[in-house]
Structures are given as structure tokens and as C-alpha cells.
Design a protein around this ligand. Structure first.
Ligand code: KIV
Ligand code: ZN
Length: 506
């Protein structure tokens, strides 16, 4: 059966989502989980963009055992050299070279003629080929590029040695009929002695990114590019989990498989959501909280009689845990370790001890600690480990019909404890004013979302915030998980503020 390759760009295009900033350790964690999930290639970053990007691509190249590591490069020698340096240690390195080919991009952005663009593609793909066996070329804004010129650009790249042709719908302008036709046209008209892999790269501005990617597959693309949870520039990229599950559920139609380990999907999605600070909407396909909920009486009745009446995807297929045995405050270290193992986590003794301590603290407050709680505990631990600032203590004074008071203490990496007290019209405002005082900042809180990790009154809270600097130029996200809603809110705000400081905004 035909096999579709999955190319994940969560760490590159996904990181271009406003507010998303992964540090190197977080990127490595995500890359390792992506490898476990079964993606074929991971675009680890844009090495020339910054020393941080370079370092992350290099680290990822060193830890991946079988997955291809990809670095992005413009049609510039410096970009290609830097990408080669970053990928030197990869088991399977690949470069992704791009240059825009649409009239609007060539005229208004690049200020280059068609001839200059073709010459640059030839020169830089040839140059990249000196260092890499696998060279991917993307004609940026391909879907708005004139057909005959697109073919010329793609043929130039192939003649220069490109082995993979990626066709970006950069601004999410295309629709499935049109986008599929581009692949049919290119595949039919290119001339090549060696096999060329065609790949889709779609943005979701018109809500068609997944449909477009599937149309590309129908028309001969053997590779799909996208990001976990569909994160990415503006409205985001194709959500890879949607394509993977669509290929599985509609195998009768697509007649294609992939290497994706479907029951690792939820874990991958949760990790990306919590480390990116982008909450997954409840109604999101495949992994949203409502994807397996049946509300109307008629539906519930049908599902009780036969789940297949209204359920085409089972929660188990994508790794949503439903009926496993919860732990409680009497559960010991052995039960905890066994449970972690069954969830696929292996930790060294010290780390396991630390997590066991956190579990005990939670179990003291929460009657049943189930799998979702434990997975949140692990991700929170990864996040906290990387944080430069941590909530040390929170004290509140609540006055009905009056101003609320908060005293916040934060530990920084220099092991100093910084404390401030403030008031506010509500408790959250008081807490956030105190944190602003500590960070000497005045950001705008542009988004605050709260959800419960499990059902029940004693569920842990998960808070997502987005901050924008006072000039409206930079955004950062933060996530806080805690049994207490106010503590979770404080943790999320501290994380977003700490990232703003790390970026030198404040
Ligand atoms: O959307 C786009 O065109 C891109 C390219 C760099 C492939 O992300
Ligand atoms: Zn893109």
C-alpha cells in the first residue's frame, strides 16, 4: 500500500505562531515525542535565524535516532552553510531551501525578475546539493504563482538536484480542487530521471488546510507537511493529526497509510499545547475535548446501542484515556512507577522521586488522580524545569465588595526570592499587578483561558494566557496547571512574563 511521509514543522512554522517561543530543551522534548509519534521528518528550525535556533537544530539532530532532521534555508549561501553546520551530526540530514515565485512576492518583496529567481534557484539548490543528499525546494507562494512559471521554477530546482518538491499554499488561498490540480499538473509535466517526492504545505486562512493536503495526496503527493494541533503562521498549518486519522479512517478512499503511531496522538498534542501555550479548542477535530462527547438524546441512544452509529473515531485510537484505573492518596511509589511506565514514561530515580512527591501533593487534595492528571503533571514538570522564574508563594486577602489584595513571591534562577504586594478590583487583577511590579512591566493581557483537566469539582485547573508588550510588538504565552485556579493563573502569568524578559522586551 502507498505510504505517505509525514513532515512535521511544529518547531519551525509552528513556532511562528504569535506568542510561541520554545526554548531548546522544550524543542528537544517535542522532537523526541514526534519521533515516538512516528513522523518521518522534523523541521527543527531555521539555523541562520539566531544562535538559539542554531543550537536547537543541532541538539535535535544529535538526539533523533531514526527520524530525518531538517533545517530551513533561504536561497543564500550563508543560510545553507549554517544549516550544514547545524545538521552535521544528524542520522539523516535534510535541507529545505525556499524562494518565492509568485508575481506579487517577486515584484514587491524580493524585487527580482523571473530570470533572477530562476538563476538563484539553480545556484543555491546546486550549492545545497554539495552538502546534502536530500534537498527539498519550496517555491514560496506556489498556489498564487503562474502555472507555467511554477513548472519552470520546479524544473530548475529538479535539474539542479532537488529531490523533494514542496508546494506551499503560503497564504492559505487555495481550495482542494485547485490545489490538487497543481500537483497533477506538476507531476505530469516535470522531467526527471530520479524519483521526485512531492509534498504539500498548507495554511488554514480559509479553513481548508487539511482538505487541501488530502487533495494533494489524491493527486500524487507522497509527503504532507504540517504541525501538531495545526499551529503556525496566522491561522496555522495543516493539522497533521487530522491527516493521519483521515488516512486511517478513510483508508477505503485514500488507499494510503503512514508511519504515525495513532495512539501517541493525544500525548503529542497535549505536549505541544502545553509547551506552546496554545489551548486546543474543544471542538477541534480528532483531539478536541468534545470530539468524543455525544450530547443529544438521539445520539446518546444510538451510541449506547452501537457506538458506530455516531462515532467514527474511538478515543482509544488516538490515545485518549477513558477507563483506566486512577491512583489515590494511598497509592505507593511502586504503583506510581508502574502507572508511569504504562503511560510510556521512563524516568531516572531522582526525577521519579520528584514526580512522586508532586503526585502525593495532588493526591492529598484530589480524590482520584487519573491518567490525564498524571500526564499534565509530567508536562508541567518539563515546563517548570526550564523556567527561569517560579511561583514561590501566593497569599490573598479577599474582601467582599472591596479591593482584593495579593502578595506574590517569585524565585529566580539566581535563587533570589522577589516579593511584591498589590491590590486589584478582583483577585486575578491583584495577583497580576503584583507580578507586574516584580517584573517592572506593564504588558497587556490579550487572552486568558481556563479549563479543567478532568471532570469533577476537584479537577486541576489549566490556565492559558497571552501577553503583549506595551508597544504591541511581541506576544508571549504562558500555561499554568494547579489544583487551585488562582495559583494556576499566577503560574501562567509568570511564565509569559519570564519569556518576555528572556526576549529582552522588558
Ligand atoms: O508557508 C510557506 O511558504 C513556508 C515556506 C518556508 C515553505 O512556510
Ligand atoms: Zn508555511
Amino acid at each position: 500500500m502507498r505510504k505517505i511521509q509525514f513532515f512535521d514543522t511544529t518547531l519551525r512554522d509552528g513556532e511562528q505562531t504569535p506568542g510561541v517561543n520554545f526554548n531548546t530543551r522544550e524543542k528537544v522534548q517535542i522532537a523526541l515525542q514526534l519521533e515516538q509519534w512516528g513522523v518521518d521528518a522534523i523541521e527543527a528550525g531555521f539555523p541562520i535565524a539566531s544562535p538559539g535556533d542554531f543550537e536547537a537544530v543541532q541538539e535535535i539532530a544529535r538526539v533523533l535516532k531514526k527520524t530525518t532532521t531538517v533545517g530551513l534555508a533561504r536561497c543564500q549561501k550563508g543560510d545553507i552553510d549554517r544549516t550544514y553546520e547545524a545538521l552535521k551530526d544528524a542520522v539523516d540530514p535534510q535541507i529545505h531551501v525556499f524562494l518565492a515565485t509568485s508575481d506579487i512576492h517577486m515584484r514587491d518583496k524580493l524585487k527580482m525578475s523571473r530570470e533572477e529567481v530562476l538563476a538563484s534557484i539553480k545556484k543555491h539548490v546546486q550549492y545545497a546539493r554539495k552538502f546534502f543528499k536530500k534537498v527539498q525546494f519550496s517555491p514560496e507562494d506556489a498556489s498564487r504563482t503562474q502555472r507555467d512559471f511554477l513548472l519552470e521554477a520546479v524544473q530548475t530546482a529538479i535539474d539542479a538536484g532537488a529531490t523533494i518538491i514542496n508546494v506551499p499554499d503560503t497564504v492559505g488561498y487555495s481550495n482542494p480542487t485547485e490545489y490538487g490540480a497543481i500537483f497533477a499538473y506538476l507531476i505530469q509535466n516535470i522531467k526527471s530521471e530520479s524519483e521526485i517526492t512531492f509534498s504539500s504545505h498548507c495554511h488554514d486562512d480559509l479553513g481548508m488546510a487539511t482538505a487541501n493536503a488530502l487533495a494533494a495526496i489524491e493527486n500524487g503527493a507522497n509527503r504532507v507537511e504540517g504541525a501538531v494541533n495545526g499551529i503556525g503562521e496566522r491561522a496555522g498549518n495543516t493539522a497533521l493529526e487530522e491527516v493521519a486519522v483521515a488516512l486511517h479512517i478513510r483508508n477505503d478512499f485514500y488507499q494510503a497509510t503512514s508511519n504515525i503511531v495513532l495512539n501517541e496522538t493525544k500525548r503529542t498534542s497535549d505536549l505541544v499545547s502545553r509547551l506552546s501555550g496554545i489551548n486546543v479548542p474543544r471542538n477541534k477535530a480528532v483531539i478536541g475535548g468534545n470530539a468524543y462527547a455525544h450530547e443529544s438524546g438521539i445520539h446518546q441512544d444510538g451510541v449506547l446501542k452501537n457506538p458506530e452509529t455516531y462515532e467514527i473515531i474511538t478515543p482509544q485510537l488516538v490515545g485518549v484515556q477513558t477507563n483506566s484505573l486512577p491512583l489515590g492518596k494511598l497509592s505507593g511509589r511502586h504503583a506510581f512507577a508502574t502507572k508511569m511506565d504504562s503511560l510510556g514514561y521512563q524516568f531516572e530515580k531522582e526525577r521519579l522521586d520528584q514526580l512522586f512527591k508532586s503526585f502525593k501533593q495532588l493526591a492529598d487534595k484530589k480524590k482520584q488522580v487519573n491518567d490525564a492528571d498524571l500526564m499534565a503533571l509530567v508536562i508541567d514538570d518539563i515546563h517548570q524545569e526550564n523556567e527561569e522564574h517560579k511561583l514561590a508563594a501566593l497569599q490573598l486577602q479577599f474582601v467582599s465588595n472591596g479591593m482584593q489584595g495579593a502578595i506574590v513571591s517569585i524565585d529566580n534562577q539566581a535563587k533570589e526570592t522577589l516579593t511584591a504586594s498589590e491590590t486589584g478590583a478582583g483577585s486575578i487583577q491583584a495577583i497580576y499587578n503584583a507580578i507586574d511590579q516584580i517584573f517592572e512591566q506593564k504588558p497587556i493581557l490579550t487572552s486568558y483561558e481556563i479549563s479543567a483537566i478532568t471532570s469533577g469539582e476537584d479537577a486541576q485547573a489549566e490556565v492559558y494566557v497571552t501577553l503583549e508588550d506595551d508597544k504591541g510588538q511581541r506576544k508571549t504565552n504562558g500555561v499554568g496547571i494547579d489544583f487551585d485556579v488562582l495559583q494556576a493563573s499566577a503560574k501562567a502569568y509568570i511564565q509569559a512574563s519570564s519569556q518576555m524578559r528572556a526576549q529582552g522586551v522588558i
